[in-house]
Design a protein around this ligand. Structure first.
Ligand code: ADP
Ligand code: MG
Length: 361
């Protein structure tokens, strides 16, 4: 059977809590069966509200949500076949791991031997077989969160919602759990709707990412496209690091344009500018600018080194360039052993294909 590309559908969904302000605005989003989709955005951008509406704990103010072609507005949360993992959606502290996992199955009136089989399978997904009789208090934070993931999967839900599930874990554990959840998704193919404000987490885990700001989806793309081809300044700033130049389009021809800055002019790709005289913000990734490039590049300027910081795998160089003392450049440490000195004059170059002229913020 082929996978439904509109397995979950938000159809023109608005949400207001107070009848005045829309915290989700005209959300149109199709999620494919088996997809891992992430809603990424700053705090207050409406991500949790979207999950709550899909789970059935909040009602859309306008529009409809469909699951496998059916409008779900009148279906209560526990009948939607949706599993959930939240940062503060704790395990039942007075129940063993086994009882925690058996609970959603008992609610569904499943028989004991069936329950045992499913609990065993869910625990093996998160590599916690043998922990059945432990109490949550006897587990580490990471293990507790794995049990929470197992509990969300144990009844074979059609969709699993995860809202900042790794937010309480420390960095190393969070990163290993990201891979673990990603691998579970790959092996069982359940549809996952994941929420985070952490862009690197979103890039690591997702098939597609919907970037939210102020209740609106700014861009819906796969991770590489989001990073390489941001469609506006918000996305460019929110995903990864970025150098920006504010200026005015002084010339435009086809896909290229010239942008006049207060002290210079750069050649850029005309992404969302159309005519001469428009204001624009040009975005350039720090790793796309080169120091002393061996070849001719579209943009070549001299700058002054302000700061050099060693980061293990790369060196971060802050340069005063075109009147901007905060121009950042990243050099991989394996390629060369640059001996950069503070206040040294250097040449910097980048191609216009890497400089994207976007709508100003
Ligand atoms: P995010 O998860 O992206 O941080 P939320 O969906 O939690 O964003 O919140 C979006 C907006 O809705 C915020 O302004 C928040 O204050 C508001 N909000 C969230 N939940 C409620 C609620 N239960 N009642 C009133 N306002 C809420
Ligand atoms: Mg939230």
């Amino acid at each position: 059977m082929s996978k439904n590309p509109e397995f979950v559908k938000f159809d023109k969904v608005d949400k207001s809590y107070d009848g005045k302000v829309l915290v989700v605005k005209d959300l149109q989003l199709d999620i494919a069966e088996g997809e891992f989709i992430t809603m990424l955005g700053p705090s207050g951008s409406g991500k949790t509200t979207c999950l709550m509406m899909l789970a059935g704990f909040e009602t859309p103010t306008n529009g409809e949500i469909l699951l496998d072609g059916n409008i779900i507005s009148n279906i209560p949360p526990h009948k939607r076949g949706i599993g959930m993992v939240f940062q503060n959606y704790a395990l039942f502290p007075h129940m063993t791991v086994y009882e925690n996992l058996a609970f959603p199955l008992r609610v569904r009136k499943m028989e004991k031997n069936e329950i045992d089989k499913k609990v065993d399978k869910a625990l093996s997904m998160v590599s916690l077989n043998g922990f059945e009789t432990r109490m949550p208090g006897q587990l580490s934070g990471g293990q507790q969160q794995r049990v929470a993931v197992a509990r969300a999967l144990v009844f074979d839900p059609a969709v699993v919602l995860m809202d900042e599930p790794l937010g309480a874990l420390d960095k190393n554990l969070r990163e290993s759990m990201q891979y673990e959840i990603k691998h579970i998704h790959e092996s069982i193919g359940v549809t996952v709707v994941y929420v985070t404000h952490d862009q690197s987490e979103a890039l690591t885990m997702s098939n597609r990412i919907a970037v939210f700001n102020d209740g609106k989806v700014q861009q819906l793309s796969n991770p590489s496209e989001l990073y390489e081809k941001p469609v506006n300044s918000f996305v460019a700033e929110f995903i990864g690091e970025n150098n920006t130049f504010n200026g005015e389009v002084s010339d435009i021809s086809g896909e290229k344009c010239k942008v006049k800055l207060s002290n210079g002019e750069i050649l850029a790709s005309a992404i969302s500018v159309k005519s001469k005289g428009e204001q624009t913000t040009v975005s350039l990734r720090p790793e796309r600018a080169l120091i002393e490039p061996g070849e001719t590049m579209d943009n070549m300027f001299s700058g002054k080194v302000e700061e050099v910081i060693y980061h293990g795998d790369h060196t971060r160089v802050r340069i005063n360039l075109l009147g901007n003392p905060e121009f950042i450049l990243k050099v991989p440490n394996s390629t060369s052993n640059l001996e950069l000195k503070v206040k040294q004059d250097i040449k910097i170059g980048w191609n216009s294909s890497d400089a994207r002229a976007l709508d100003p913020k």
